[in-house]
Design a protein around this ligand. Sequence first.
Ligand code: HEM
Length: 426
Amino acid sequence: MSELVTAPPSSSAVRLPPTVRVPKLLGGLFFAINLPMFGRVVVVAESELAKQIFTTSPDELGNIQPNLSRLFGSGSVFALDRDDHRRRRRLLAPPFHGKSMKNYERIIEEETLRETASWPEGRSFATMPSTMRITLNAILRAVFGADGAELDELRRLIPPWVTLGSRLAALPKPTRTYGRLSPWGRLAEWRRQYDIVIDKLIAAERADPNFEDRTDVLALMLRSTYDDGSIMSRKDIGDELLTLLAAGHETTGATLGWAFERITRHPDLLAALVEEADNEARGGGNELRQATILEVQRARTVIDFAARRVYPPVFQLGEWAIPRGHSMIVSIAQIHDDPNVFPDPERFDPQRYIGTKPSSFAWIPFGGGTRRCVGAAFANMEMDVVLRTVLRHFTIETTSAPGERWHCRGVAYTPKDGGRIVVRRR
Ligand code: HEM
């Protein structure tokens, strides 16, 4: 049932890679499939092709349909395309820009110390419940500027919302009304409760005498005006805040879980990381920890795809001609496994990045181009500070147990046992 059409690349005729009807790994680098909901999809697993996709104008390669805005709402950045998307990204960029990161470091350290205060000593436990709470608190404080009791309600609502939402993300949404107890009904009820909290938080921010000077994300949204003088609607603000809270914590929490799962199995690396963290207090650097984070993100990719949709009649991708309406999915994990770019890809080895930076089109855990993850610098800073703080305050025991298996939570891939470690206070 091949759809391969052997037209020369220069022609505008369609020329698709081999097609299969079920998503399965062919061992090749490129194939086409039919996916429920997404229709015709081309899966790309070669960094040169990924580069082409990420560097093509968003006017040509747009937003995949459907996308995560089915969960977050039409005001989410995931829903937007072209000028609307550019405008929103300009608004979201400043608080998540690399330069703003120093301000958050103290908060993350504080959250890590608070969370790890109750870690048990001498027995194995899963780190992920802790890393998820740390990253949720971190993004809550970035988004709302301060901590406070009113955020407790969001701490209660967001985690189950994300867990259920992730499971529903790849399923069709029923078109008829769904019952209150159905999964979609439960999401809608949590959203109703979420909106009540957001209304209170908006009222509190507006009443702040220093409102004009606030730099948190909510204040930026409340003050923003578009070129025509209009402001961001209340619904769009709610959709976007939910997007940031959801997209911003599970991914980072899962990557940290993998980081603990990896370093407890690599004694030499762990010893070197401890020494580096101790030396840092005396003015040393953090090159090895940064390299370890890069390698965790390569070898244990938590979000496996970044996708775009073809807008022109035909899009020439390498030697292939992809017709309008097709979606192209960049398979991040497969690109991270390419032995031509990362020799011996099964080996977990942060030394790959000592003294060199990985290519931004082969190392792509945050996707690429104009839709590249808005929280990449924030996530990196969080992971760095959490690891540094734990390494300074705890001795992590090493283990020769086999690596944890992958577990798909719907959107993110996490360590199956939650990144288990054994620690003692130093
Ligand atoms: C290790 C942690 C994270 C990983 C692995 C990750 C991964 C990704 C990936 C693969 C994309 C799609 C990029 C593309 O289509 O090219 C994305 C988009 C996005 N991420 Fe992250 N992310 C992480 C942390 C965060 C954080 C902390 C935030 C919150 C600030 C965040 C907010 C977003 C948003 C809003 C988008 C949509 C961007 C757009 O469509 O313009 N992510 N992320």
